[in-house]
Design a protein around this ligand. Structure first.
Ligand code: MG
Length: 465
């Protein structure tokens, strides 16, 4: 019997191989998805470069076939290709086997809708219910599914993605780009696509390898030391780094600096706003530079819950032109509803080609003093204190312009300064994130918010922590 442990986390099913993620789990997820979709149905499947993919892919496919589902195999591809192919083939669902930026010993399963958007939490709940019920559809032997190979769709993806950017402008700018795929799913395709777009490409960590020998697949400042060095040493215009499944991207400017996430998102968002559509989606934790940049082109910013599926849903509801999280997970609805790190990188290359150096573009964005603080507390205290947070904050502060309680509580003040209080989804703390128009204002907001939270935690706060 499968365990009753919660199956889906913030980004699909994810865990350590053999401990949390097993072939038995994959088999039953295949059967549960089939039962949710009903037979017959068509499902696209792909995987990243992890060494445990074959085990999981074969198990999940066995579960699907036995339940009367036809399987369309892409092989080793970036996650956005699963979204693209599911949409293109009008398949009933897509499956990506990946643990994204987690280390080698992890793996996971993420599900995709017909339109290329990730499964929503309520869809995942449905699958989870079926999984735990252990009641799966069982068609007759003559209705077992078939496997089809669809690797040729990869060429269509390359062609269509290149149509989304101005390759003439990119070619004319003669950009030199270092592409670092972390030996993950972007290893083959990302350098190839940048080359086809007209860039001179130097590839780094582009041998597919599930042990990620070159660097940790999380594309953050600490893990991108080599990319920064190579950008400087080769006098490149731009560095592009992906996570393990290439649905994310972060850039390095020509001075070898990893771009600040909020600023990079502000640059692309500003460029995506156009005459016919000025709506941009981002999450509650995105900073003031987003408001400044989007306001400068007459755009409208809508903030939603943290998580790429929430951004995708808001893009559809609001008919927005673009949406992204500061983490580098950006969704381009003119192409697909799945976050796409390769298209994100290409669009940054296009902006650099048309506007000059990335360092200049980033340095032109105003900095605001920002503070992040964790307040450690027990799980019970965390949710208890959050229950009353909106009242506590609105009672304590004056000059509130806007209250957003879609995900934690975010207050925006009349001068533009803001504070967000959110409970951590996985650990026992409450996080305060804020920006102030001046350092003094930032400190004032931090001290006041921190004191409110501590005062309202259990009385033994001081004794325990
Ligand atoms: Mg990822």
């Amino acid at each position: 019997m499968p365990s009753k442990k919660k199956l889906f986390g913030t980004s699909g099913i994810r865990g350590k191989i053999k401990e949390e993620v097993t072939s038995q789990l994959a088999l039953n997820v295949g059967k549960a998805l089939a039962t949710y979709l009903g037979s017959p149905a068509n499902v696209v499947i792909g995987y990243d470069t992890r060494t445990t993919n074959q085990m999981l892919e074969n198990a999940i496919i066995a579960g699907l076939l036995e339940s009367g589902i036809n399987v369309f195999k892409l092989g080793m591809v970036p996650t956005p290709l699963v979204g693209y192919a599911t949409n293109k083939l009008n398949a009933d669902a897509g499956i990506m086997i990946t643990a994204s930026h987690n280390p080698s010993e992890y793996n996971g399963i993420k599900l995709w809708n017909k339109n290329g958007m990730a499964y929503t939490p309520s869809q995942e709940e449905e699958i989870e219910k079926i999984y735990h019920s252990n009641k799966f559809i069982k068609p007759q032997w003559e209705n077992i599914g078939n496997i089809y190979h669809i690797e040729e769709l990869i060429d269509d993806y390359v062609e269509e993605i290149l149509n989304k950017v101005d390759t003439t402008a990119i070619k004319e700018a003669k950009l030199k780009v270092v592409v670092d795929s972390a030996s993950g799913a972007g290893s083959e395709l990302s350098p190839l696509i940048f080359r086809k777009a007209g860039c001179e490409v130097i590839s780094l960590n582009s041998q597919a390898d599930g042990f990620f020998p070159g660097r940790n697949p999380e594309p953050n400042n600490a893990n991108l030391k080599d990319l920064k060095k190579v950008v400087i040493a080769t006098k490149a215009d731009l560095g592009i780094a992906h996570d393990g499944d290439a649905d994310r991207m972060i850039s390095v400017d020509e001075k070898g600096r990893v771009s600040e996430f909020d600023k990079l998102l502000a640059i692309i968002s500003k460029n995506m706003v156009n005459e016919s559509n000025k709506k941009i989606i981002t999450t509650v934790d995105a900073g003031l530079c987003m408001d400044d940049s989007i306001a400068s082109v007459g755009g409208k910013i809508i903030r939603t819950k943290v998580g790429d599926v929430n951004v995708a849903e808001a893009i559809i509801d609001e008919k927005a032109v673009f949406g992204g999280e500061p983490s580098g997970t950006w969704i381009h609805p003119d192409f697909c509803m799945c976050p796409d790190g390769i298209l994100s990188g290409l669009r940054i290359a296009e902006i650099v080609a048309k506007n000059g150096s990335l360092s200049q573009l980033l340095d032109n964005i105003k900095d605001y003093p920002n503070i992040r603080e964790k307040i450690i507390c027990s799980k019970e205290e965390k949710y208890k204190v959050m229950k009353n947070m909106e009242n506590l904050l609105t009672d304590a502060f004056d000059n509130i312009d806007n209250i957003n309680s879609i995900d934690g509580v975010r207050l925006t003040f009349t001068d533009g300064s803001w504070v967000l209080v959110r409970p951590s989804g996985t650990e026992d703390y409450v996080r305060i994130t804020l920006e102030g128009k001046t350092q003094e204002i930032a400190e004032y907001i931090k001290n006041k918010t921190s004191a409110i939270i501590k005062r309202n935690l259990n009385n033994n706060y001081n004794n325990n922590y």
